[in-house]
Design a protein around this ligand. Structure first.
Ligand SMILES: C[S@@+](CC[C@H](N)C(=O)[O-])C[C@H]1O[C@@H](n2cnc3c(N)ncnc32)[C@H](O)[C@@H]1O
Length: 222
């Protein structure tokens, strides 16, 4: 993501953040504890919303140098926190196998280069019984007018918005990666641009039982 996007990002997102995203983030994050990995943490919009629970350890990843600089500034403002910032991409997480209790992604699955590879990495680093929390804008239902416009505009939007895809079917990809979706809410992101309004948020489980491995991942989806 370019320096300009990093510079404008918080102002661009202020409307949707205040209208709904802050509340959605806070409710999702209220459940976490132990070792938590947030992927593509951006400028740190979720940082103040983590619960103040003993033993919480945060690992944040952000591969974009300009976003990461802002993230590190936000981290530095928090007193007494146990936070590490990594520069690895979601497709190659610098975390050990089965070392994480919770993974959080917000507005990231739309942007990564390879979503199946990202979900395979999340599966790898999560402990059995660990959870993926997601808050993502997604493709509108097939056959709708909004979906047709998402498909039409996607090519251009990706180029001006740091590889953000308007039409990813993220819920289907999460299920395909082997996760069991425990809860999901579909809601419109208020104050966002119309083609990015459909969202999903919820909790997905990496089951404990052996044999629930994800399908073989393939190179890049849409
Ligand atoms: C739309 S922003 C969302 C930022 C933050 N998660 C939030 O909710 O405000 C997308 C973020 O994903 C990051 N990103 C892009 N490609 C990535 C990748 N391959 N792996 C991890 N993060 C990536 C971008 O640098 C950017 O910070």
């Amino acid at each position: 993501m370019s320096r300009i996007i990093a510079f404008c990002y918080d102002s661009f997102m202020r409307g949707p953040e205040q209208a709904c995203l802050i509340d959605w983030r806070r409710i999702l994050l209220s459940q976490v504890g132990g070792r938590v990995l947030e992927i593509g943490a951006g400028t740190g919009a979720s940082l103040p919303l983590y619960p103040n629970v003993p033993g919480l350890e945060l690992v944040l990843t952000e591969p974009d140098v300009d976003m990461r600089r802002r993230l590190e500034r936000s981290v530095a403002e928090l007193p007494d926190s146990n936070i590490t910032v990594l520069d690895c991409p979601a497709e190659a997480l610098a975390c050990e196998d089965e070392s994480i209790d919770w993974v959080f992604v917000s507005l990231v699955c739309c942007t990564v280069v390879d979503l199946p590879a990202t979900l395979a990495e999340i599966w790898r680093v999560l402990k059995p019984g660990g959870h993926l929390l997601f808050l993502e804008h997604v493709a509108a239902e097939k056959g709708t007018r909004r979906r047709r416009w998402q498909d039409r505009v996607n090519f251009i939007w990706r180029r001006i918005a740091g590889n953000c895809h308007l039409n990813r079917e993220t819920e289907a990809q999460i299920r395909r990666a082997g996760f069991q979706i425990e809860s999901i809410t579909r809601e419109s992101m208020r104050k966002a641009m119309p083609l990015a309004r459909p969202t999903i948020r919820g909790v997905a489980l990496k089951p404990r039982q052996a044999g629930s491995k994800p399908e073989e991942t393939q190179a890049s989806s849409r």
